[in-house]
Write a protein that binds this ligand. Structure first.
Ligand SMILES: Nc1ncnc2c1ncn2[C@@H]1O[C@H](COP(=O)(O)OP(=O)(O)OP(=O)(O)O)[C@@H](O)[C@H]1O
Ligand SMILES: [Mg+2]
Length: 112
């Protein structure tokens, strides 16, 4: 069981949700977050003001999926997020120790 987290532009949410439906996911979590990447929160880096760091509003999309689905989910995320412009987002992949579906007590892939 693997967790895939994508930090995305808020305006990309609909496209991402639609793309993920093509990857057979069963659930997802979306959180409002703030962050910055290499441009330190600036659309352009202004000479002399590079030390000022802004935090831009982003959405974090988390999906926990069976391991065999990971390549498919990553493909769909990249496809729906890549515009080639700065700020297209970032994707992190983490191995999950355990997943529990509370209603049934199912564990692991069966819990998803
Ligand atoms: N190394 C990181 N660790 C944690 N969060 C990050 C990291 N890099 C980026 N993020 C999160 O992802 C968001 C989007 O990052 P972004 O796409 O701008 O990355 P980047 O490295 O600056 O690439 P680009 O040059 O294409 O903009 C950031 O606002 C931040 O919330
Ligand atoms: Mg950036």
């Amino acid at each position: 069981v693997t967790k895939i987290e994508a930090v995305i532009r808020p305006s990309s949410l609909e496209d991402v949700e639609e793309a993920l439906q093509h990857a057979w996911i069963t659930g997802l979590t979306v959180s409002e977050v703030k962050g910055h990447g290499r441009q330190k929160g600036h659309a352009e880096i202004f000479r002399g003001a590079e030390y000022v760091i802004d935090l831009n509003p982003k959405l974090k999309v988390e999906v926990v999926v069976p391991d065999p689905l990971v390549p498919r989910v990553l493909h769909q995320l990249e496809r729906s997020l890549r515009s080639g412009k700065v700020g297209d987002g970032k994707i992190f992949v983490t191995r999950i120790e355990e997943a529990i579906r509370v209603r049934t007590g199912e564990r692991g892939e069966g819990a998803l």
